[in-house]
Design a protein around this ligand. Structure first.
Ligand code: NDP
Ligand code: MG
Length: 390
């Protein structure tokens, strides 16, 4: 038995961890995991070295200007090279692939995730933004075409694992945990002048830059509320957020009888990645083992929604639906990119998102084209607002 895997975004944090997990799974024996396709965007050297090591059938680089460089670096190896944004969709639909790991960052992964769902693939979803933007369309496409959706995001993997203890109709609450990020204890005034370096220093998780900033603003948790709403087809009123700075309890489900089931582990993405790949089996893993006696205690608190406005906005958007989540996500992607480039302050990020949402007239019952239009509108609106303030 073997699983044939495509990794969209293999050069990123989740992508590289996925390859580590595959190495480990193959060393354990049993089911074989074949890497059939890899994709990268700008890190052509890393993509080339992955191609030389894993010998996939297809390698795609979404930045077309780097296609020649990739061909040069992989030499005469027997790999088909694709280029451009559309190549993600081609890879996601390859007949020889059964499992697609979506580890691209942002809305750029949307077309490919939808394409994989329409082809009935098994999807290991890390790339949460497409679920936020088009969760309804994605879940519908998956259902209609027999695609299996397995969450990689640690909280959603924890919920997925906890849900095995009961049925969806028996769920009273879904409780997403958050470390609170590096600024958990700061006031808004104290956050006014935080630097990029401080915002990139996450206390418990090592991740790519965009999600690390999202964790500092708590936009990550806001996006995850919307992600959970679609993945588990839950009413928004059943979702709660709990601050848990140690990042050991990855999330919890409370059932109607009062039982609370949680999944625990060290903060290491290899664990949820592996579970999505080996599901429904469990196989020896590479993550450090949890030593609860060494930790001594675990702490929990309510989030400070007055300081972290993003959380309230996330719940509001989750309830509103329609085009609002596409605007919420795109405004955040644009604002984070501007912050990473040093064009705005940290506290401007959420202000820009809130401003953008307040100017948007929400459309309901929408198709993909309308969601993409809302996405473009939000990005332009954020850019214009920044320009007008300079
Ligand atoms: P990284 O920034 O580390 O990696 C992103 C990947 O996407 C890279 O392979 C990058 O290529 C590629 N990429 C970037 N821009 C584009 C584009 N425009 N078109 C196609 N590919 C692109 O991100 P992470 O691995 O941290 O996160 C990936 C996703 O997983 C995100 O949606 C994040 O929210 C989610 N996630 C991440 C977690 C983590 O621990 N990192 C935890 C839970 C969820 P290149 O590097 O070659 O430019
Ligand atoms: Mg998460």
């Amino acid at each position: 038995m073997s699983k044939n895997i495509a990794i969209l975004g293999s050069t990123g944090s989740i992508g590289q961890n996925t390859l580590r997990v595959i190495d480990s799974l193959n060393s354990v024996g049993g089911e074989r995991y074949e890497v059939l396709a890899l994709t990268g965007h700008s890190n052509v050297e890393l993509l080339a070295s992955q191609v030389l090591k894993y010998k996939p059938k297809v390698a795609a680089i979404t930045r077309v200007d780097l296609v020649d460089k990739l061909s040069e670096l992989v030499g005469d190896s027997d790999v088909e090279i694709l280029g451009g944004g559309g190549s993600l969709e081609t890879v996601a639909q390859l007949d020889s692939v059964d499992t697609v790991v979506t580890a691209v960052v942002g809305a750029a992964g949307l077309g490919a995730v939808l394409a994989a769902a329409k082809k009935g693939k098994r999807l290991a979803i890390a790339n949460k933004e497409p679920l936020v933007i088009a969760g309804e369309l994605l879940m519908k496409a998956a259902k209609e075409n027999g695609a299996e959706i397995l969450p990689v995001d640690s909280e959603h993997s924890a919920i997925f694992q906890s849900l095995a203890s009961g049925s969806l109709s028996e769920v009273e609450k879904i409780i997403l945990t958050t470390s609170g990020g590096p600024f958990r204890e700061k006031s808004l005034d104290e956050m006014a002048d935080v630097t990029l370096e401080e915002a990139l220093a996450h206390p418990t998780w090592e991740m790519g830059p965009k999600i690390t900033i999202d964790s500092a603003t708590m936009m990550n948790k806001a996006l995850e509320v919307i992600e959970a709403r679609w993945l588990f087809e839950t009413e928004v009123s059943k979702i709660e957020v709990l601050v848990h700075p140690e990042s050991i309890v990855h999330s919890l489900v409370e059932f109607v009888d009062g039982s609370v089931i949680a999944q625990l582990g060290t903060p290491d993405m290899c664990l949820p990645i592996q579970y999505a790949l080996s599901y429904p089996r469990r196989v020896k893993g590479i993550s450090h083992r949890l030593q609860l006696d060494e930790l001594g205690k675990l702490t929990f608190a309510k989030p400070n929604v007055e300081v972290f406005r993003s959380l309230e906005l996330g719940f509001e958007v989750a309830r509103t639906g329609g085009t609002s989540a596409a605007v919420f996500n795109a405004a955040n992607e644009q604002a984070v990119a501007e912050f990473l480039e040093g064009n705005i302050k940290f506290i401007d990020i959420v202000e820009l998102i809130e401003d953008c949402l307040s100017r948007h007239s929400v459309k309901r019952e929408v198709c993909l084209a309308e969601l993409l239009e809302a996405d473009s509108w939000a990005r332009e609106t954020v850019k214009e607002t920044i320009k007008s303030k300079k």
